[in-house]
Design a protein around this ligand. Sequence first.
Ligand SMILES: Nc1ncnc2c1ncn2[C@@H]1O[C@H](COP(=O)(O)OP(=O)(O)OP(=O)(O)O)[C@@H](O)[C@H]1O
Ligand SMILES: [Mg+2]
Length: 257
Amino acid sequence: MSATETLAPAPGAAEILLDIKSMELRYGAAVAVRDVSLTVRRGELVAIIGNNGAGKSSTMKGATGLVMPSGGQVMFRGADTTRLPAYAKVARGLVMVPEGRMIFPDQSVEDNLTLGAYVHGGLKGARAKQTLEKVLALFPRLKERLAQQAGSMSGGEQQMLAIARGLMAEPELLVIDELSLGLAPKIVDQLMRVLSDLNKAGLTILLVEQLASYALAIADHAYVIANGRVARQGPSAALARDPEVMEAFLGKKKPAA
Ligand SMILES: Nc1ncnc2c1ncn2[C@@H]1O[C@H](COP(=O)(O)OP(=O)(O)OP(=O)(O)O)[C@@H](O)[C@H]1O
Ligand SMILES: [Mg+2]
């Protein structure tokens, strides 16, 4: 086999959307991400799990351009985007729903959604209106509350709004950081189902989640981050069965002998 044949993607393999190569990221002298490499292919739902302070959000901030990595590369759709700012990455389809949602609480639901579509010129165009219709069909609760002040909604509704705002940017890859933050298990279940359905409909998703069992239940592939490194990776089902992953990285006790 020639070198070119070796490098060519396997027949039928989906396009690599996000390819993080040996990322390092620092806050001043503190190293938050030491060495993280991860790949997301078109159509996948990939999970990143790990304990508090492991470096999950920092990895995502480095990937999406909110913080500049101090080493390594962030390839998106085949181009080196390491040094691009976040807004330029959004325009290329790399869209993040940040930890803590970061909606605009004093603005209406509709205004928050309009801001999501900003990268495509707001809600004026026919295409943005179609996207809005689709997003509201997915989240009927938001449709009922378009005029409501976003900050007056429940936590679950605010998370729906944050996801909906991300979808308004028409992502190629939607990154969601801590879907479950502060939400009741029933609401987390509902939102996980929405993500799973979106993924089955074709959306590529990278889900960062502390509640590992929820994330592993819907993801194809998962990465465990510990101390700023990839400690484990593999098919979600295999990681979910790995007692070492559950105990060492996720703080879960082994079942009693
Ligand atoms: N803005 C910042 N300035 C300095 N240090 C930071 C900053 N943000 C994060 N860190 C540090 O970087 C490390 C990784 O934090 P990060 O937020 O990436 O972890 P995480 O895995 O997302 O944790 P969590 O599950 O709590 O969200 C931690 O030690 C944290 O204290
Ligand atoms: Mg985090």
